[in-house]
Design a protein around this ligand. Structure first.
Ligand code: PPS
Length: 570
């Protein structure tokens, strides 16, 4: 552990031990109980280790935790508004005792730190939620995360860190407080505004950062929180590329970017204080707090969990002891007649303010429509469009379901051919029979095997959809819950259109093209769908087609029309 006094930023308490000590700790740790850190705990540990959470020396012990929850302070009176705790399972806690040591590892088992146990306790999580979030409503993501934790015991104690969590993405933007401070000193930056952001930047954000730098006469540290993000999270990459592009919208050399692996708690006013403390530790002299700082996103029109401005009031009320100046900025709005942004409070009567809400922004992206330059600069929009192309370049899955012999394969093949004739899209057919010959060749027709088969199809369809292709699936898929799971999996990646081929069993059986119904009736095939096994008809399919009323080609045209209407093909 080392401490480093700096010109600004205060004392930095880094918890990474020197190499020789680390080697000793690593050797000792083989004997210690091992805890695999959760995504949030990994973020917290990294910020503890690098000193971003100075003056903390580990996960909170009980007296500090109680005091933080009650008074926003550590037991010694130091301002600290958010519990940084190590929560573990009851079974794991049973093997721990005061004075014992715990090896803290990343998900792959790499040793990152050792914690010396000072306290073990079961907190009142309802009380914590109320104090930290101002609510116990489950619609608050922080409350849900806290109350749903399967780790009810907190372990407090000092940390000795031996390594930082590995990040494979944007390594050039991951800098510790020490590195950031040293960079400021090298560049001669003496006044620095820290700016926290959770979304891709818009022109309003850029106007806010420029405005903040102007009034503080300072340089800018764009410091977005990027905690708890999954390895393949494309949204994260888009966001960070937008931040990189945003630098060119500030005067040359006036702004820099670093990523902060902070796991957001959505704690509004308390979180604003916390963010300010962290930025002070990074050497910033100013920090921007917005009226709804760190409030969780709400459905349009729903009130926030804290009154607007509460975060600014709390931060300003502690400005002196924070050791960083608070810039309590109004939202920036675009005033049409001035052709520029200004703080909302400066809009004069009769002036026209233009705005584009998130839903409209998404709609325009989806339909490939214009996004005005006043809302977001073209280079940032281009970056977002790469991730969210117009519908005709987005992936989509057409999922047929229905009895054997209902006509799924015929329609699916006709649809495939029509799409290929139109050209311009890559299409993959995952027909029931074909999948069973390849992907699911070892599976039978028990419920368990059918579910596994459908989940595999769903997984492949989701990958195709994610990469902008069209997947056509045509299994029986008899179980509603499994179809719902596939819908969820694919919808996260793109479009999903379920088509119920609702040809009645009598008709399927009369056709009996493969002779399977006859065999099933004769008891030669067991668990045959519709005969001796269930088919749960969909209630929420996008399309229902009965092949008594149309040919396979006509049915394919109905699906094609739907794809066109939804914008997936032009
Ligand atoms: S499932 O339930 O979705 O996993 O079924 P699927 O993968 O679509 O496979 C259905 C095809 O397998 C043949 N077959 C059977 N179907 C239903 N029940 C039983 N017991 C069975 N045994 C073999 C049948 O040819 C199905 O093809 P389709 O194209 O649907 O007629």
């Amino acid at each position: 552990m080392s401490t480093l006094p700096q010109a600004h930023g205060g004392v930095l308490r880094e918890l990474l031990v020197p190499a020789e000590a680390a080697a000793r700790i690593k050797a000792d740790s083989r004997e210690f109980p091992s805890w695999d850190l959760t995504a949030r705990q990994l973020c917290d540990l990294e910020l503890l280790a690098t000193g971003a959470f100075s003056p903390l020396s580990g996960f909170l012990v009980r007296r500090d935790y109680d005091s933080v929850v009650r008074d926003l302070r550590l037991a010694d009176g130091t301002l600290w508004p958010i519990p940084v705790v190590l929560d573990v399972s009851v079974a794991f806690a049973k093997g721990l005792e005061r004075g014992g040591r715990v090896a803290l590892r990343d998900p792959e088992g790499v040793l990152l730190a050792v914690l010396t146990v000072e306290d073990l306790w079961t907190p009142d999580r309802i009380g914590e939620a109320q104090a930290i979030y101002g609510t116990t409503e489950r619609s608050h993501p922080g409350v849900t995360a806290l109350l749903d934790r399967t780790h009810p015991v907190y372990v407090g104690g000092r940390i000795e860190a031996v390594a930082l969590p590995t990040h494979y993405d944007f390594q050039h933007l991951r800098r510790s407080p020490r590195e950031v401070r040293e960079g400021f000193a090298r560049q001669g930056w003496r006044r620095i505004v820290g700016f926290q952001n959770g979304n891709p930047l818009t022109a309003a954000h850029l106007a806010a950062t420029r405005h903040a730098c102007r009034i503080a006469q300072a340089n800018l540290l764009l410091h977005p929180g990027v905690g708890q993000c999954e390895p393949g999270d494309a949204e994260h990459y888009t966001r960070v590329r937008c931040y990189e592009r945003a630098l060119s919208h500030h005067p040359e050399g006036a702004a820099q970017l670093a990523l902060l692996p902070l796991a957001t708690r959505w704690a509004g006013p308390r979180e604003a204080l916390w963010h300010a403390i962290v930025r002070r530790n990074f050497g910033c002299t100013h920090f921007v707090v917005t009226p709804d700082h760190a409030e969780p996103p709400r459905a349009d029109g729903a009130p926030g969990f804290h009154p607007r401005g509460a975060a600014q009031q709390l931060a300003l009320g502690h400005a002196e002891e924070l050791g960083i100046a608070i810039l309590a900025l109004d939202d920036m709005v675009y005033v049409e007649n001035r052709a520029q942004y200004c703080p909302a409070g400066d809009v004069r009567p009769g002036e026209r303010v233009l705005s584009l809400d998130a839903a409209e922004f998404r709609r325009r992206l989806a339909e490939g429509l214009e996004i005005p330059e006043w809302h977001a600069p073209p280079d940032l929009v281009e970056e977002v469009r790469r991730r969210h192309p117009a519908r005709d370049r987005q992936g989509v899955t057409v999922f047929f379901t229905g009895l054997s012999g209902a006509g799924k394969s015929t329609i699916a093949n006709a649809l495939l051919a029509r799409l290929m004739e139109l050209g311009g899209r890559s299409v993959t057919l995952l027909d029931g029979d074909i999948v069973r010959k390849n992907l699911s060749s070892e599976l039978g027709f028990s419920k368990e095997h059918r579910d596994l088969n459908i989940r595999r199809i769903g997984f492949v369809a989701a990958e195709i959809t994610k990469h902008g292709g069209i997947a056509i699936c045509a299994p029986i898929a008899p179980y509603a819950a499994t179809r719902a799971a596939v819908r969820e999996m694919v919808s996260a990646a793109g479009g999903f259109i379920e088509v119920h081929v609702a040809t009645p069993i009598e008709v399927c059986e009369a056709r009996d093209r493969k002779g399977l119904y006859a065999k099933a009736r004769a008891g030669l095939i067991k668990e045959f769908t519709g005969v001796s096994d269930p088919y749960e008809a969909p209630e929420d399919a996008e399309l229902v087609i009965d092949t008594r009323e149309c040919t396979g080609f006509e049915a394919a045209q109905i699906v094609l029309n739907r794809l066109e209407a939804d914008g997936y093909i032009r």
